[in-house]
Design a protein around this ligand. Structure first.
Ligand code: AHR
Length: 323
Protein backbone atom coordinates (compact mmCIF):
# COMPACT_ATOMS: atom_id res chain seq x y z
CA UNK A 1 0.00 0.00 0.00
CA UNK A 2 2.82 2.36 1.02
CA UNK A 3 4.67 1.56 -2.16
CA UNK A 4 1.53 2.36 -4.17
CA UNK A 5 1.09 5.86 -2.54
CA UNK A 6 4.78 6.63 -3.14
CA UNK A 7 4.31 5.80 -6.83
CA UNK A 8 1.23 8.05 -7.05
CA UNK A 9 3.20 10.87 -5.39
CA UNK A 10 6.04 10.54 -7.91
CA UNK A 11 3.57 10.55 -10.84
CA UNK A 12 1.82 13.66 -9.47
CA UNK A 13 5.13 15.47 -9.03
CA UNK A 14 6.26 14.63 -12.57
CA UNK A 15 2.96 15.76 -14.10
CA UNK A 16 3.03 19.06 -12.23
CA UNK A 17 6.65 19.70 -13.34
CA UNK A 18 5.73 18.96 -16.95
CA UNK A 19 2.72 21.30 -16.71
CA UNK A 20 4.91 24.04 -15.26
CA UNK A 21 7.54 23.56 -18.00
CA UNK A 22 4.98 23.70 -20.77
CA UNK A 23 3.41 26.82 -19.19
CA UNK A 24 6.79 28.59 -19.03
CA UNK A 25 7.60 27.68 -22.63
CA UNK A 26 4.20 29.09 -23.65
CA UNK A 27 5.03 32.23 -21.73
CA UNK A 28 8.36 32.46 -23.60
CA UNK A 29 6.42 32.22 -26.84
CA UNK A 30 3.94 34.97 -25.87
CA UNK A 31 3.10 36.94 -28.98
CA UNK A 32 3.33 40.64 -28.24
CA UNK A 33 0.65 42.91 -29.65
CA UNK A 34 1.89 46.15 -31.21
CA UNK A 35 -0.33 49.06 -32.24
CA UNK A 36 1.05 50.87 -35.29
CA UNK A 37 -0.42 54.30 -36.04
CA UNK A 38 0.59 55.46 -39.52
CA UNK A 39 -0.12 58.89 -41.06
CA UNK A 40 -1.72 57.83 -44.32
CA UNK A 41 -0.55 57.11 -47.85
CA UNK A 42 0.39 60.56 -49.13
CA UNK A 43 3.46 59.44 -51.11
CA UNK A 44 5.12 56.39 -52.64
CA UNK A 45 7.69 56.80 -49.88
CA UNK A 46 4.98 56.47 -47.22
CA UNK A 47 3.48 53.38 -48.87
CA UNK A 48 6.89 51.68 -48.83
CA UNK A 49 7.47 52.74 -45.22
CA UNK A 50 4.17 51.13 -44.17
CA UNK A 51 4.99 47.89 -46.03
CA UNK A 52 8.45 47.81 -44.47
CA UNK A 53 7.07 48.15 -40.93
CA UNK A 54 4.33 45.56 -41.46
CA UNK A 55 6.71 43.06 -43.13
CA UNK A 56 9.33 43.40 -40.39
CA UNK A 57 6.71 43.11 -37.62
CA UNK A 58 5.37 39.90 -39.13
CA UNK A 59 8.87 38.48 -39.60
CA UNK A 60 9.66 39.19 -35.95
CA UNK A 61 6.44 37.37 -34.96
CA UNK A 62 4.56 40.32 -33.51
CA UNK A 63 0.82 40.74 -33.85
CA UNK A 64 0.36 44.17 -35.43
CA UNK A 65 -2.78 46.24 -35.06
CA UNK A 66 -2.36 48.67 -37.95
CA UNK A 67 -4.27 51.95 -38.35
CA UNK A 68 -3.89 54.46 -41.17
CA UNK A 69 -5.13 57.93 -40.20
CA UNK A 70 -5.64 59.36 -43.67
CA UNK A 71 -3.66 62.57 -42.98
CA UNK A 72 -5.64 63.46 -39.85
CA UNK A 73 -4.10 64.02 -36.42
CA UNK A 74 -7.56 63.67 -34.84
CA UNK A 75 -7.82 60.20 -36.40
CA UNK A 76 -4.32 59.32 -35.21
CA UNK A 77 -5.21 60.31 -31.64
CA UNK A 78 -8.37 58.16 -31.86
CA UNK A 79 -6.24 55.25 -33.13
CA UNK A 80 -3.83 55.66 -30.22
CA UNK A 81 -6.74 55.67 -27.75
CA UNK A 82 -8.12 52.47 -29.24
CA UNK A 83 -4.67 50.82 -28.86
CA UNK A 84 -4.58 51.93 -25.22
CA UNK A 85 -8.10 50.57 -24.63
CA UNK A 86 -7.00 47.24 -26.17
CA UNK A 87 -4.02 47.21 -23.79
CA UNK A 88 -1.44 46.57 -26.51
CA UNK A 89 2.11 45.80 -25.35
CA UNK A 90 3.70 48.71 -27.24
CA UNK A 91 2.70 51.51 -29.61
CA UNK A 92 4.57 52.61 -32.74
CA UNK A 93 3.59 56.16 -33.68
CA UNK A 94 4.46 58.02 -36.88
CA UNK A 95 3.32 61.52 -35.87
CA UNK A 96 1.82 63.58 -38.68
CA UNK A 97 2.76 66.86 -36.96
CA UNK A 98 5.16 67.74 -34.14
CA UNK A 99 2.72 69.08 -31.55
CA UNK A 100 -0.53 68.02 -29.86
CA UNK A 101 0.50 64.57 -28.56
CA UNK A 102 1.03 65.35 -24.86
CA UNK A 103 -2.35 64.19 -23.49
CA UNK A 104 -2.67 60.97 -25.43
CA UNK A 105 0.95 60.00 -24.75
CA UNK A 106 0.38 60.66 -21.04
CA UNK A 107 -2.59 58.27 -21.26
CA UNK A 108 -0.29 55.64 -22.79
CA UNK A 109 2.27 56.23 -20.02
CA UNK A 110 -0.47 55.90 -17.35
CA UNK A 111 -1.41 52.56 -18.91
CA UNK A 112 2.28 51.53 -18.86
CA UNK A 113 2.39 51.19 -22.63
CA UNK A 114 5.79 52.17 -24.09
CA UNK A 115 5.80 54.28 -27.25
CA UNK A 116 8.36 54.12 -30.06
CA UNK A 117 8.38 56.94 -32.61
CA UNK A 118 8.83 56.04 -36.28
CA UNK A 119 10.12 58.38 -39.02
CA UNK A 120 8.86 61.81 -37.81
CA UNK A 121 9.54 63.53 -34.50
CA UNK A 122 7.34 65.20 -31.89
CA UNK A 123 8.34 68.38 -30.04
CA UNK A 124 11.32 68.22 -27.72
CA UNK A 125 9.32 69.16 -24.61
CA UNK A 126 7.27 65.95 -24.97
CA UNK A 127 10.24 63.71 -25.68
CA UNK A 128 10.05 62.14 -22.18
CA UNK A 129 6.73 60.62 -23.31
CA UNK A 130 8.32 58.18 -25.77
CA UNK A 131 11.06 55.60 -25.31
CA UNK A 132 13.00 56.01 -28.50
CA UNK A 133 12.96 57.24 -32.10
CA UNK A 134 13.83 55.36 -35.31
CA UNK A 135 14.16 57.39 -38.48
CA UNK A 136 16.29 59.76 -40.54
CA UNK A 137 18.40 62.66 -39.30
CA UNK A 138 16.32 65.16 -41.27
CA UNK A 139 18.17 68.49 -40.76
CA UNK A 140 21.15 66.87 -42.49
CA UNK A 141 19.02 66.45 -45.64
CA UNK A 142 18.59 70.24 -45.88
CA UNK A 143 22.31 70.77 -45.26
CA UNK A 144 23.20 68.22 -47.98
CA UNK A 145 20.94 70.12 -50.39
CA UNK A 146 22.72 73.37 -49.45
CA UNK A 147 26.11 71.73 -50.06
CA UNK A 148 24.97 70.59 -53.51
CA UNK A 149 23.78 74.13 -54.36
CA UNK A 150 27.05 75.70 -53.21
CA UNK A 151 28.94 73.29 -55.45
CA UNK A 152 26.65 73.87 -58.42
CA UNK A 153 26.81 77.68 -58.17
CA UNK A 154 30.44 77.98 -57.06
CA UNK A 155 31.38 80.24 -59.99
CA UNK A 156 28.23 82.40 -59.96
CA UNK A 157 28.41 85.93 -58.52
CA UNK A 158 24.77 87.05 -59.03
CA UNK A 159 21.94 86.41 -56.54
CA UNK A 160 20.46 82.88 -56.67
CA UNK A 161 16.72 82.76 -56.07
CA UNK A 162 15.19 79.70 -54.44
CA UNK A 163 11.54 78.65 -54.25
CA UNK A 164 10.78 76.03 -51.63
CA UNK A 165 7.90 73.56 -51.83
CA UNK A 166 7.56 72.39 -48.26
CA UNK A 167 5.85 69.25 -47.00
CA UNK A 168 2.85 69.42 -44.67
CA UNK A 169 2.65 72.37 -42.31
CA UNK A 170 4.02 71.60 -38.80
CA UNK A 171 5.34 68.17 -39.84
CA UNK A 172 8.84 67.58 -38.46
CA UNK A 173 10.45 66.80 -41.87
CA UNK A 174 8.99 70.00 -43.35
CA UNK A 175 10.35 72.05 -40.45
CA UNK A 176 13.76 70.37 -40.43
CA UNK A 177 14.26 70.24 -44.21
CA UNK A 178 13.62 73.98 -44.25
CA UNK A 179 15.85 74.68 -41.22
CA UNK A 180 18.62 72.47 -42.64
CA UNK A 181 18.69 74.39 -45.91
CA UNK A 182 18.67 77.77 -44.18
CA UNK A 183 21.46 76.63 -41.85
CA UNK A 184 23.53 75.26 -44.74
CA UNK A 185 23.25 78.48 -46.76
CA UNK A 186 23.48 81.01 -43.95
CA UNK A 187 27.12 81.85 -44.66
CA UNK A 188 26.50 82.48 -48.37
CA UNK A 189 24.65 85.76 -49.06
CA UNK A 190 24.13 84.94 -52.74
CA UNK A 191 21.23 82.59 -51.92
CA UNK A 192 17.74 84.05 -51.37
CA UNK A 193 14.65 82.09 -50.38
CA UNK A 194 12.09 84.12 -52.35
CA UNK A 195 9.02 81.93 -51.72
CA UNK A 196 8.12 79.04 -49.47
CA UNK A 197 4.79 77.24 -49.87
CA UNK A 198 3.29 73.95 -48.67
CA UNK A 199 2.58 70.99 -50.96
CA UNK A 200 1.69 68.39 -48.28
CA UNK A 201 4.19 65.84 -49.63
CA UNK A 202 1.74 65.00 -52.45
CA UNK A 203 2.30 65.00 -56.20
CA UNK A 204 -0.93 66.83 -57.07
CA UNK A 205 -0.36 69.42 -54.34
CA UNK A 206 3.26 69.98 -55.40
CA UNK A 207 2.01 70.76 -58.89
CA UNK A 208 -0.69 73.05 -57.52
CA UNK A 209 1.83 74.77 -55.20
CA UNK A 210 4.25 75.74 -57.98
CA UNK A 211 1.35 76.91 -60.12
CA UNK A 212 0.29 79.18 -57.25
CA UNK A 213 3.81 80.55 -56.93
CA UNK A 214 3.61 81.79 -60.53
CA UNK A 215 0.83 84.20 -59.44
CA UNK A 216 3.33 86.19 -57.39
CA UNK A 217 6.71 85.25 -58.92
CA UNK A 218 8.06 85.07 -62.43
CA UNK A 219 9.64 81.61 -62.65
CA UNK A 220 12.14 83.02 -65.16
CA UNK A 221 13.69 84.84 -62.19
CA UNK A 222 13.86 81.66 -60.14
CA UNK A 223 17.07 79.59 -60.20
CA UNK A 224 16.25 76.71 -57.86
CA UNK A 225 13.12 74.84 -56.76
CA UNK A 226 13.74 72.87 -53.57
CA UNK A 227 11.03 70.22 -53.04
CA UNK A 228 10.74 68.50 -49.68
CA UNK A 229 9.94 65.18 -51.34
CA UNK A 230 10.06 63.38 -54.68
CA UNK A 231 6.32 63.19 -55.27
CA UNK A 232 6.08 66.99 -55.09
CA UNK A 233 9.16 67.25 -57.36
CA UNK A 234 7.32 64.99 -59.86
CA UNK A 235 4.40 67.44 -59.72
CA UNK A 236 6.70 70.45 -60.22
CA UNK A 237 8.51 68.83 -63.17
CA UNK A 238 5.23 67.86 -64.85
CA UNK A 239 3.99 71.45 -64.46
CA UNK A 240 7.20 73.01 -65.83
CA UNK A 241 7.12 70.66 -68.81
CA UNK A 242 3.93 72.39 -69.90
CA UNK A 243 5.78 75.73 -69.98
CA UNK A 244 8.85 76.85 -71.91
CA UNK A 245 11.02 76.42 -68.80
CA UNK A 246 13.14 73.28 -68.87
CA UNK A 247 13.33 71.57 -65.45
CA UNK A 248 16.91 70.61 -64.59
CA UNK A 249 18.34 73.06 -67.14
CA UNK A 250 16.63 76.46 -66.82
CA UNK A 251 15.74 75.78 -63.19
CA UNK A 252 17.68 73.53 -60.81
CA UNK A 253 15.40 71.01 -59.11
CA UNK A 254 16.34 69.50 -55.75
CA UNK A 255 14.35 66.86 -53.94
CA UNK A 256 14.37 64.42 -51.03
CA UNK A 257 13.48 60.68 -50.72
CA UNK A 258 15.23 58.82 -53.55
CA UNK A 259 12.26 57.01 -55.02
CA UNK A 260 12.49 55.44 -58.49
CA UNK A 261 10.55 58.20 -60.27
CA UNK A 262 12.99 60.87 -59.03
CA UNK A 263 16.05 58.80 -59.90
CA UNK A 264 14.62 58.35 -63.41
CA UNK A 265 14.13 62.15 -63.68
CA UNK A 266 17.67 62.68 -62.38
CA UNK A 267 18.99 60.34 -65.08
CA UNK A 268 16.94 62.24 -67.66
CA UNK A 269 18.50 65.55 -66.48
CA UNK A 270 15.17 66.95 -65.24
CA UNK A 271 16.08 66.80 -61.54
CA UNK A 272 19.57 67.81 -60.38
CA UNK A 273 19.87 66.47 -56.86
CA UNK A 274 17.99 63.88 -54.79
CA UNK A 275 18.74 63.31 -51.11
CA UNK A 276 17.99 59.74 -50.11
CA UNK A 277 15.63 59.18 -47.18
CA UNK A 278 15.30 55.43 -46.75
CA UNK A 279 11.72 54.30 -45.98
CA UNK A 280 12.89 50.73 -45.24
CA UNK A 281 13.13 51.26 -41.52
CA UNK A 282 11.03 48.25 -40.41
CA UNK A 283 13.89 45.95 -39.46
CA UNK A 284 15.72 48.54 -37.38
CA UNK A 285 12.41 49.57 -35.83
CA UNK A 286 11.62 46.05 -34.62
CA UNK A 287 15.15 45.54 -33.25
CA UNK A 288 14.44 48.59 -31.12
CA UNK A 289 10.88 47.43 -30.26
CA UNK A 290 12.28 44.08 -29.07
CA UNK A 291 14.92 45.82 -26.98
CA UNK A 292 12.24 48.01 -25.35
CA UNK A 293 10.02 45.01 -24.59
CA UNK A 294 13.00 43.16 -23.12
CA UNK A 295 13.78 46.14 -20.90
CA UNK A 296 17.19 46.73 -22.50
CA UNK A 297 18.67 50.20 -22.61
CA UNK A 298 18.73 51.80 -26.05
CA UNK A 299 19.75 55.20 -27.43
CA UNK A 300 17.01 57.83 -27.62
CA UNK A 301 17.69 58.36 -31.34
CA UNK A 302 18.31 55.55 -33.81
CA UNK A 303 19.09 57.18 -37.15
CA UNK A 304 18.80 55.58 -40.55
CA UNK A 305 21.34 56.63 -43.18
CA UNK A 306 20.90 58.30 -46.58
CA UNK A 307 23.05 59.05 -49.61
CA UNK A 308 23.17 62.01 -52.00
CA UNK A 309 22.37 61.32 -55.65
CA UNK A 310 23.07 64.21 -57.98
CA UNK A 311 24.22 65.22 -61.43
CA UNK A 312 27.75 64.74 -60.04
CA UNK A 313 27.11 61.08 -59.08
CA UNK A 314 27.78 57.98 -61.13
CA UNK A 315 24.12 57.33 -61.96
CA UNK A 316 24.82 53.87 -63.44
CA UNK A 317 25.57 52.62 -59.92
CA UNK A 318 22.18 53.44 -58.34
CA UNK A 319 20.34 50.29 -57.27
CA UNK A 320 16.66 49.66 -58.12
CA UNK A 321 14.81 51.63 -55.51
CA UNK A 322 11.76 49.50 -54.72
CA UNK A 323 9.64 52.57 -53.94
O1 AHR B 1 8.29 61.85 -43.12
C1 AHR B 1 8.96 61.51 -44.28
C2 AHR B 1 8.33 62.15 -45.44
O2 AHR B 1 6.96 61.88 -45.47
C3 AHR B 1 8.84 61.68 -46.78
O3 AHR B 1 9.95 62.36 -47.22
C4 AHR B 1 7.67 61.96 -47.62
O4 AHR B 1 7.72 61.44 -48.90
C5 AHR B 1 6.63 61.40 -46.74
O5 AHR B 1 5.37 61.55 -47.12
Amino acid sequence: MKRFSFLVLVILLLTSCAARNSRSSNEEKKQYVIGFSQIGAESSWRERNTESVLEAGKKANYKILYENANQSQTEQIKDLRSFIASRVDLIILTPIVETGWKHVLEEAADANIPVVINDRLISKEDSHLYKTFVGPDVPIQGIQTADFLKKKYKDVQEPINIVEIQGSKDASPAISRHDGLVEGLKDDPRFHLVASVHGDFMLSKGREAIKNVTKSHDLKQVDVIYCHNDDMADGVVSYLEETDIKPGKDITICSVDGQQSAIDLLKAGKINCVIECDPNMGEKLFEVVTAVLEGKSIPKENYTTGRVFSEYSDLTKIDKRGY
